[in-house]
Design a binder for this molecule. Sequence first.
Ligand SMILES: *[C@@H]1O[C@H](CO)[C@@H](O)[C@H](O)[C@H]1NC(C)=O
Length: 283
Amino acid sequence: MDTADQLASMGTFRVLKLPLGFIRVLEWLFAIFAFATCGGYSGQLRVSVDCMEKARSNLSIGIDFGYPFRLHQVSFEAPVCEGIRRERVSLIGDYSSSAEFFVTIAVFAFLYSLMATIVYIYFQNKYHENNRGPLIDFVVTVVFSFMWLVSSSAWAKALSDVKVATDPDEVQLLISACKIQTNKCGSMHRPHWSGLNTSVVFGFLNFVLWAGNIWFVFKETGWHKGSSKFAAGASEKQAGTFSQQPNNQGSFDQSGSFNTQGDLIQPSEYGQVGGPSSYSNQI
Ligand SMILES: *[C@@H]1O[C@H](CO)[C@@H](O)[C@H](O)[C@H]1NC(C)=O
């Protein structure tokens, strides 16, 4: 009986413990991708101003921009095509709040998931003490899921605006020389967007990961087992009194087929078995 219990617990451990830890590892990897691709971005566009008076032309005006996308602070010099005069032109828009919000969430999500992974591996007993670890973990995971959704959506919207604001065809409209028919303006080079598109994809992937992990953290809390089972999960020291209640046992055993699988989703069991060493082996 004892060995059977242990085997079941080992199964529980393998099936249950693995997703939570494994998803946490994916979470911090994906968070790194999210903030590195967004926060590390720099791009360039290039326009040409071809004046009727050729000597005044500048056929390659490069405009650099990057994170945090305060485009109104990005300026460049363009010929006015009258005399040798030049004008200073600024791009339009400030998308720093969305970009910085996204990167901030990504950095904190990275720190939390990294910390949580360490706690799962090295402080399992502390984690399950008084059920406080799973409780905090659950709340934080719900909050981060929501934050990933909000910040990714905001950043996706900002990115689509940044793409318009840095489109060379749009930037030409800001240059006064380009408004005169006799001058010709052209778009030489568009910014590359693959890195920023990746950051949005990873933002939403992170949302999916964190939202999915809500379920696995929820299992840790033991709430899903219902009120009677919750009592068992919450206070394992009262296991003796619990086994004296025939009603509970009966109703629990009624679903026999569920019970064999049900063993796999009982959080209270693996907490005691499967030490840190076997967990790290899994990873
Ligand atoms: C054209 O503009 C760039 C700035 O993008 C500047 O470095 C370069 O000197 C200009 N060329 C001429 C011929 O004025």
